[in-house]
Design a protein around this ligand. Structure first.
Ligand code: CP3
Length: 344
């Protein structure tokens, strides 16, 4: 039976008169109610591992704006932690992890079969959400792509150019590939458990795909996405998958066909016209308004939103930003964007 949920219809390839809409990082620091719940939890990681409060912050943007999808509140770096890496967040700076640069570091990681001990609260959050969400709202689960997760595990923090991960990839390829394999296997099990708990769609975030060029992109971004997609489709053939090889440029072309994902999320380094011509020809696309419009607002926000809706109007499209909303965004601009998409 065809679903009545607009996100699932778009993911099935339907061209809708108004694109469904959600927003990356829609539960986040730009919302006062998020900041209050995070303070109640103590810190960001405690919030991620508290199913009631994580469900609460997931629901906040749904209540406030009526988005068509809710994205599970968690983080891509919970997988490294579940594999045994140390993880903490430095306020104002970002994540820190124990680093993996030698075989001895790698050997300290635990087996994939152990990850659920740490990740059980996340599956609990998914269960709470699948009961609590309005019937028209789709629940999206997610994980980081192996390359992006590996960049943090190798460097122990975010890096502007992913230098340490590229260095390991070239200097100790077997170790780098063993790490990618471990993350890939963990990600398959993690996403499969999210689906069993009630996630209706899953998204794979490859935020740093753009720094892999040529063959390296094919081997370390496209191929792991294909492997994860194939394994998930074998177990859960009806669960759509969104791939996000951010800043892949020409790598976006043919990505859906080569990996089997149902939808490709586009960042704003490509124009919507380019995306329609080169990517949407293969199926559903998601994107791709520049996040800074959520800070600056005004007529340019409305004009650009409408231009993106128009450019993608000839095929299946889920409206979203090109990357996550930032903490300095104005919550009123989010409503303006939604009104512009829905033309109210
Ligand atoms: O989109 C959502 O609302 C769902 C939840 C979500 C978070 N992180 C919550 C979060 C999702 C899907 C992510 C993905 C994520 N996490 C990515 C991939 C997407 C992207 O943005 O490129 C990456 C690279 C991370 C790792 C991460 N988490 C970093 C680098 C940081 C610090 C940077 C920052 O924005 O502060 C985080 C923290 C984080 N993850 C926050 C949130 C709401 C802010 C934490 C806080 O409340 O202080």
């Amino acid at each position: 039976m065809a679903s009545s949920k607009t996100i699932l219809r778009a993911l099935a390839g339907e061209t809708l008169p108004t694109p469904p809409i959600w927003m990356m990082r829609q539960a986040g620091r730009y919302l006062p109610e998020y900041r209050a719940t995070r303070a109640q939890a103590g810190d960001f990681l405690k919030l991620c591992y508290n199913p009631e409060l994580a469900a609460e912050v997931t629901l906040q943007p749904i209540r406030r704006y009526g988005f068509d999808a809710a994205i599970l509140f968690a983080d891509i770096l919970l997988i490294p932690q579940a594999l045994g890496a140390d993880l903490w967040f430095v306020t104002g700076e970002g994540p820190r992890l124990s680093t993996i640069t030698t075989q001895a570091d790698f050997d300290k990681l635990g087996p994939v079969s152990d990850i659920h001990e740490t990740l059980n609260p996340i599956y609990e959050t998914v269960k709470i959400l699948s009961d609590a969400l309005p019937s028209e709202t789709t629940l999206i689960g997610f994980a980081g792509a192996p390359w992006t997760v590996a960049t943090y595990m190798i460097a122990g923090q975010g890096t502007p150019d992913q230098g340490p991960a590229h260095a390991l990839r070239m200097e100790n390829t077997p170790l780098f590939e063993a790490l990618l394999d471990r993350i890939t296997e963990a990600t398959i099990d993690y996403l499969s458990m999210q689906i069993q708990a009630g996630a209706e769609v899953v998204k794979i975030f490859d935020s740093w795909a753009g720094s892999l060029k040529g063959d390296a992109f094919l081997k370390y971004s496209l191929e792991p996405a294909r492997r994860i997609t194939a394994a998930l489709k074998a177990k859960h053939p009806n669960t759509p998958i969104i791939g996000f090889p951010r800043e892949a440029g020409d790598g976006y072309i043919g990505f859906a066909k080569a990996t089997g994902v149902d939808c490709v999320a586009l960042d704003n380094s490509v124009s919507a016209e380019w995306g329609a011509k080169n990517v949407q020809v293969d199926g559903c696309v998601q994107g791709n308004l520049k996040s800074s419009h959520m800070v600056t607002g005004g007529q340019p926000l409305v004009d650009e939103t409408k231009a993106i809706v128009k450019a993608f109007s000839g095929g299946p499209h889920i409206f979203n930003l090109g990357h996550g909303i930032t903490p300095d965004a104005d919550p009123d601009n989010v409503q303006r964007m939604i009104d512009a998409v829905r033309d109210v």
